[in-house]
Design a protein around this ligand. Structure first.
Ligand code: AMP
Length: 214
């Protein structure tokens, strides 16, 4: 499977990517998660990325494309397939991805646009917490961890992302509408897009994604 999940922040891309990768053994490739690991490791790329991410802005196309191209070329990704979550986020990234996949002779299985109303997204993002180690996602009201502050899966600390603050959330949603919505059109024009209602329960969304890929 070679899948792209597109959608605004908080729509459930991370949750679905985790379900798909753990159940089907497909390699998860989340650009946001890769940036967060670089920030944690205090690399040059991490420092550069953080100066944009903390304001809810996009990291420049050049470095983002280079970083994702490197991951896509890893042998394990070719072997297992991939779920792209958070990339491409601009039409320039979508064009670059088309070229990379064509050069590697790896056609996409599909592109899924996860959709939900903005009020619901803001509500979801406002209580969101993530595991610092395995990336599992929790919510203070909808899905609290069994032990407060620690991951159910791997027992590592869970934290609120620094870019999940109200003003940053609004900026990220604005950028999504302005810059990422055209990426949905990019794939629609290629007849590759399926829209999935992401207000449903995660298991229903999961089933709808698999159905879309049949
Ligand atoms: P995410 O975890 O997908 O919400 O990404 C967190 C942040 O990382 C975003 O708000 C951006 O600042 C940055 N980021 C992630 N993916 C990309 C991308 N494809 N292009 C540019 N910036 C990105």
């Amino acid at each position: 499977m070679r899948l792209i999940l597109i959608g605004p922040p908080g729509v459930g891309k991370g949750t679905q990517s985790a379900l798909l990768s753990s159940r089907l053994g497909v390699f998860p490739l989340s650009s946001g998660e890769i940036f967060r690991k670089e920030i944690e490791a205090q690399t040059d790329l991490g420092r550069l990325a953080n100066s944009y991410i903390k304001h809810g802005e996009l990291v420049p196309n050049g470095v983002t494309i280079e970083m994702m191209a490197k991951r896509l070329r890893e042998p394990e990704v070719r072997k297992k397939g991939f779920i792209l979550d958070g990339f491409p986020r601009t039409t320039r990234q979508a064009d670059a991805l088309d070229e990379i996949l064509e050069e590697m002779d790896l056609p996409l299985s599909g592109v899924v646009s996860l959709e939900a109303p903005e009020e619901l997204i803001v509500r979801r993002l406002s209580g969101r917490m993530g595991c610092t180690q395995c990336g599992a996602i929790y919510h203070s009201i909808n899905k609290p961890p069994r032990r407060e502050g620690f991951c159910d899966v791997c027992n590592s600390p869970i934290v609120v992302r620094s870019d999940d603050q109200p003003e940053t959330i609004r900026e990220r949603l604005r950028i999504f509408k302005e810059t990422t919505a055209p990426v949905v059109e990019h794939y629609q024009a290629k007849s590759m897009l399926t829209r999935v209602d992401s207000t449903q329960d995660p298991e229903e969304v999961y089933a709808a994604i698999l159905n879309a890929l049949k």
